[in-house]
Design a protein. Structure first.
Length: 273
């Protein structure tokens, strides 16, 4: 079993058990895990507050197709249109787009048209709205159906593949690199975050969102932030330390509860000066 890591300096010396599960919590997506016994838990670092999933179940095939199969099925376009039609006050993406546009205006100036690559695009609602704002958008997704949806429905350049294995030299450089609710799904988010530097232009920035462990834990183990597909749930401290170890500098970090009810940490990063 490969345990999730953010390569903590304490090397797990301060871990303590927090939540345990012998059955899926209410609302968790029902993934096909075969004849495996459902048994998992979360441990908490007593120093930084980061939560690590301890999960003996094999979920290695989840993002090769099973995640899209179960989450959207053949309803990618239908779900995309439904989310797109949400009123602003009910849309997590509306706040995300506004936040990135505001920061970009401060960084580049209102007249500049940035280029963006969104890693793990999923439904591609974010890239659609950024394209609508005039941005030049590329998306990367491991599932070929998500990439096809991005090309045919959204009209953006889409690359199919595992970001950790793609030739970044072929992708080029971008003003903005985004990972929206992606890092919690990978075993080693430090490696993924550090790799974004290969795509970032000198004046560019990285924007990412992750689930907020501290706010979610206060409401108990049934929170969606602790669902089975999340290897990590972050704290403000662990988010900032992750960025530092990745060779990036935190420019802005905030926590919020989104319209959907999700507890989220939003972070802007750039190159270390």
């Amino acid at each position: 079993m490969i345990l999730p890591t953010i390569q903590c300096p304490c090397n797990g010396a301060h871990l303590e058990s927090e939540f345990s599960y012998d059955a899926p919590p209410v609302g968790e997506t029902s993934f096909d895990i075969g004849d495996q016994t459902y048994n998992r838990s979360y441990s908490k670092c007593g120093l930084c507050g980061h939560r690590f999933s301890v999960n003996p179940m094999d979920l290695s095939e989840l993002y090769g197709g099973a995640y899209v199969d179960v989450t959207y099925g053949d309803r990618l376009k239908e779900t995309f249109e439904r989310v797109l039609a949400l009123p602003p006050q009910d849309s997590d993406n509306t706040g995300r787009v506004a936040t990135v546009l505001e920061f970009s205006g401060e960084r580049f100036g209102a007249s500049y048209v940035p280029s963006l690559v969104d890693i793990g695009s999923g439904l591609c609602v974010f890239a659609y709205r950024m394209k609508e704002a005039g941005w030049r958008c590329t998306v990367i997704d491991p599932d070929p159906r998500a990439a096809k949806h991005a090309r045919e429905t959204v009209g953006v350049h889409a690359v199919t593949g595992d970001f950790m294995k793609l030739d970044t030299a072929e992708l080029g450089h971008f003003d903005v690199v985004t990972l929206n609710k992606v890092l919690e799904h990978v075993v080693d988010p430090l490696a993924m975050l550090a790799r974004t530097k290969l795509l970032l232009s000198p004046r560019g920035f990285v924007y990412f969102e992750v689930p907020d462990a501290e706010a979610a834990a206060a409401e108990g183990p049934g929170r969606e932030e602790f669902f089975v597909e999340h290897h990590h749930v972050f704290s403000i401290a662990s988010t900032a330390m992750l960025a530092e170890r990745a060779g990036l500098r935190v420019v802005r970090i905030q926590r919020l509860r989104e319209p959907s009810g999700k507890f989220t940490i939003r972070t802007f990063l750039d190159f270390v000066a």
